[in-house]
Design a protein around this ligand. Structure first.
Ligand code: XMP
Length: 320
């Protein structure tokens, strides 16, 4: 495994030059594909690939039905303004089918991995004739997977999986030596707007990582609505990452004077530098009250809102 490049050691321009030429060399005269999610990692990779390959890079946004509200169109719009064409691929049915009936966190991650790499990408790669997939795996993804904490959806080689053998294409990972803080610097230098290089992290399994228990389309929609409230209210908190999580267990509540055995949302808001360790942000109590009020108002079926106050470790940033 290649050595970490810390944000202090990073020579941004040198790094970009080196990665652009490495991508050109690996792909040769052929085509490559990359999946853009709109997070800083995949956005930076898109720009590196675009510089290296121009039109020979096909960028797709996989609409897995697990993204935040309006995300496919919003991300496509950002990149159109940067001169990069993004094809939106509707794979919502495939993902909801694969997640049906699954409640175990690692099985959920595995179902998403298989659907993404084997089925959806397998098909797109075959149709396009590309032999390479560019992706934004970073060092933290690898660390946690190898340590057996969480199977990050985009890690293979370090687990002894050969993507060529498993899926029929090579995976190129230009950011594998960096952590989030360094990726942001690279993204900024590549011309990404602040909305993209400064975006809070969002996990590969998307909102499925924020639903405890089965990630049905209805439960995803519930957490999507809560996410909209949490992101709107915590945008200015200066935190590393913030999120809403839908719990599996119900609690007794009351609505219109009657018993309502309702659902629970947990809010998490983290201070962290690189996601390896994190502590809950000391949000003012008024902010917590506003969160509760607006989540209850905007998300049908929610009767309880909690705020996580445990640090990572032993907690992790995402709940699944
Ligand atoms: P955890 O939950 O492991 O998260 O403390 C650490 C950071 O990684 C993000 N995360 C992921 N990113 N694929 C990704 O690309 C994944 O499967 C994944 N799971 C978690 C998480 O949002 C946090 O910033």
């Amino acid at each position: 495994m290649k050595k970490e490049i810390t944000v202090r050691e990073l020579d941004v321009e040198g790094f970009i030059r080196e990665k652009v030429s490495a991508i050109s060399e690996a792909v040769g005269g052929g085509m490559a594909i990359n999946a853009l999610s709109g997070g800083v990692d995949s956005s930076a990779v898109t720009m590196l690939g675009h510089r290296a390959l121009g039109q020979r890079l096909k960028t797709v946004f996989i609409d897995n039905g697990l993204m935040r509200e309006g995300e496919p169109q919003e991300v496509g719009g950002f990149f159109a303004r940067l001169g990069v064409k993004v094809d939106i691929v509707d794979a919502r049915k495939e993902f909801s089918g694969a997640l049906k009936g699954i409640t175990d966190p690692e099985q959920k991650r595995e179902a998403i991995t298989q659907t993404f790499y084997r089925h959806v990408f397998g098909r797109i790669v075959k149709e396009s004739g590309a032999k390479h997939l560019l992706q934004g795996t970073i060092l933290t993804d690898v660390d946690e997977t190898v340590a057996g904490i969480k199977r990050q959806h985009n890690v293979f080689e370090q687990l002894g999986i050969d993507p060529q053998e498993a899926f029929g294409y090579q995976i190129i990972e230009p950011l594998i030596q960096l952590r989030k803080d360094a990726v942001r610097k690279v993204g900024k230098a590549l011309g990404l707007p602040g909305e993209l290089f400064d975006r809070i992290p969002f996990p590969g399994p998307a909102l499925a990582a924020r639903v405890i228990g089965e990630a049905t389309p209805e439960r995803i929609e519930t957490v999507r609505k809560a996410t909209r409230v949490v992101e709107r209210l915590l945008k200015g908190a200066g935190a590393f990452q913030y999120m809403a999580i839908l719990h599996a267990d119900r609690v007794t509540g009351m609505r219109d004077g009657k018993r309502d055995f309702g659902q629970q949302i947990e809010v998490r808001c983290w201070d962290s530098v690189d996601a390896r360790k994190a502590t809950p942000t000391r949000l003012p109590f008024e902010t917590l009250e506003t969160l509760a009020r607006e989540i209850i108002r905007d998300v049908p079926g929610i009767v309880s809102v909690t705020y996580n106050i445990a640090p990572k470790p032993p907690s992790t940033i995402e709940a699944v």
